[in-house]
Design a protein around this ligand. Structure first.
Ligand SMILES: [Zn+2]
Length: 311
């Protein structure tokens, strides 16, 4: 498999680092180091090096030997130490690296999922079905950012040089990033479990990114079932992001049960709006038909076309 296919569509559970690209594979967190530290990557002397070629043992302690084309100074040094902090949190062992394919539930690469990826140019995995939903635009926008790890969580702000308290305000136990805030935080665990129950699914939510959850929870479902899943996930992300902001900026707090009720209420309302638009279209069609019949006018193809469009 080439780099394009591997880098963005698979994740590596790292063992000895012999088969994992240091900068271009996802082996720590939910992104590649190249996308987390683009400035460092652009200066790297060996952008396609394997992890094992950048580690060496000195006095029985493993050290990193990462070379750059220039001497790092200023903010680059700060970024470099940030990167070291991240990669030092990974435990290596003597086993081979294990590559997990993201687009199959069993994590094994399949020709079928690869074929789907190729024929639609990756569009299927861009979560473009978010924009079809009848939910407020501001909600779609927040969800769209969350799907791309683009909300201003404290880890992202730190990369931009804005240092806030890094601890998650929902559980106060771990650092805040997209994966923690929306998926791994103990505060959201019971909410996701309730959603599993409501949607009658055993799909996993403890994945590394919101995008993976979106794809796994919606692929293979059609019609109302697919719609319901998308709306519930949108509501969860929106309400959770509001709750996080309320806690940080307004010192207001809701319990996870209250938040769950809010998520369900919003979802029901938005799903109702979808239903109302469809019902309104049907009602309007019936009125037009009755009016046409009363006037003795033939109910022609133009009206039919309108009905189809409104539905
Ligand atoms: Zn938390």
């Amino acid at each position: 498999m080439g780099k394009i296919v591997c880098g963005s569509n698979s994740q590596v559970v790292v063992g000895n680092g012999d088969q994992t690209l240091f900068w271009l594979d996802k082996w720590v967190g939910s992104s590649t180091l190249a996308s987390m530290f683009p400035s460092l990557f652009s200066l790297s002397s060996s952008p396609s090096a394997f992890i094992s070629s950048l580690r060496f043992k000195e006095n029985s302690i493993w050290r990193w030997e990462i070379h750059f084309r220039i001497q790092l100074t200023g903010d680059l040094v700060f970024q470099y130490f940030n990167m070291l902090n991240i990669i030092n949190s990974v435990s290596f062992n003597d086993y081979e690296d294990k590559r997990e394919w993201l687009w199959e539930a069993n994590k094994f690469f399949s020709v079928k999922s690869f074929y789907h990826f190729l024929i639609d140019g990756g569009l299927r995995f861009d979560c473009s079905n978010l924009w079809e939903l009848t939910i407020p635009l501001k909600v779609k926008f927040v969800v769209w950012l969350a799907l791309r790890n683009g909300l201003n969580t404290t880890d992202i702000l730190a990369k931009k040089g804005i240092i806030l308290q890094r601890t998650c305000c929902l559980c106060t136990k771990s650092d805040e990033d997209h994966s923690h805030l929306f998926l791994k935080c103990e505060f959201v665990y019971s909410i996701w479990r309730s959603l599993q129950f409501k949607l009658n699914t055993d799909k996993d939510f403890s994945l590394s990114s919101v995008k993976e959850v979106w794809i796994q929870w919606t692929s293979g479902y059609k019609g109302d079932s697919n719609l319901k899943r998308r709306v519930f996930i949108c509501s969860l992300i929106w309400c959770l992001w509001q709750e996080r902001n309320d806690r940080i900026f307004s010192d207001k707090k809701k319990s996870s049960l209250t938040l769950l009720n809010k998520i369900v209420t919003f979802s029901t309302f938005w799903l109702g709006s979808e239903g109302i638009s469809a019902r309104a279209a049907r009602l309007q069609a019936r009125r037009r038909k009755r009016a046409a019949a009363a006037k003795g006018v033939d109910f022609g193809s133009k009206d039919t076309a309108t009905v189809i469009q409104l539905e």
